[in-house]
Design a protein around this ligand. Structure first.
Ligand code: ZN
Length: 222
């Protein structure tokens, strides 16, 4: 059985996958800081290894950090042991750099908020076994697609507004025009002083984590 939690009206969460990246992550962090907007970064372990200072900065500036595996494989196509190693290695590197753990997981490639196929459900199951909340996406402007412009990204987000409240963006890959689309999405969703973004109830979070995103949008299966 698949359960989905956290739909809230008038609140969205910005998520950035696949970084940290030395070209784009610093600029995105600057924009988020100026707009006073929190986000969640689903990091890839191997990119963290190459950008330790950036992960530290993401943490120090108050953003959430989630696990997006170590090498970004399609988890539906690798064996469970490999999946576990991917998750554990990335969790450890996050812990060693920030001094805090994470319980948030987003599987590469299959992060649809309405998982139906085996490919989409398997990673959720593995995440649960490793004590993660799987954070799906509900608004995907496909900022990675060929030739996409900043205007297209913004228009797609607005068009999909009714679909949910977790916006999938990327802070690795792409070119400058996409990056500016991301920043415009950031400022649009920031509302007044960023209060349009997800709230962080103090009752949430486990010892050693600062995670509050489960209050907004997670899925799990049992
Ligand atoms: Zn990814």
């Amino acid at each position: 059985m698949v359960k989905k939690y956290g739909k809230r009206d008038s609140v969205v969460a910005l998520s950035f996958d696949d970084g940290p990246d030395e070209r784009y992550t610093p600029e995105i962090l600057d924009i988020l800081k100026a707009a006073n907007v929190p986000a969640i970064f689903f990091v890839v372990g191997i990119n963290v290894e190459n950008n330790v200072g950036l992960l530290k900065r993401i943490y120090d500036e108050g953003h959430e950090i989630g696990n997006h595996t170590f090498t970004h494989p399609n988890l539906a196509l690798v064996n469970p042991e490999r999946t576990r190693v991917e998750l554990q290695a990335t969790r450890r590197i996050i812990e060693s750099i920030t001094g805090h753990s994470t319980i948030l997981f987003r599987p590469p490639y299959n992060a649809d908020s309405e998982p139906e196929s085996m490919e989409e459900l398997l990673p959720v199951e593995v995440g649960k076994e490793e004590n993660y909340y799987t954070v799906a996406e509900s608004i995907d402007p496909q900022d990675w697609s060929e030739g996409v412009t900043a205007d297209t990204i913004v228009a797609r987000v607005i068009q999909q507004d009714a679909l949910g409240n977790i916006i999938l963006l990327h802070d690795a890959g792409g070119d400058a025009s996409r990056r500016s689309g991301r920043s415009r999405v950031s400022s649009r969703t920031s509302g007044s002083g960023g209060e349009g973004l997800w709230p962080c109830p103090s009752s949430w979070g486990r010892p050693g984590t600062r995670s509050c995103l489960p209050s907004l949008g997670t899925i799990s299966c049992s």
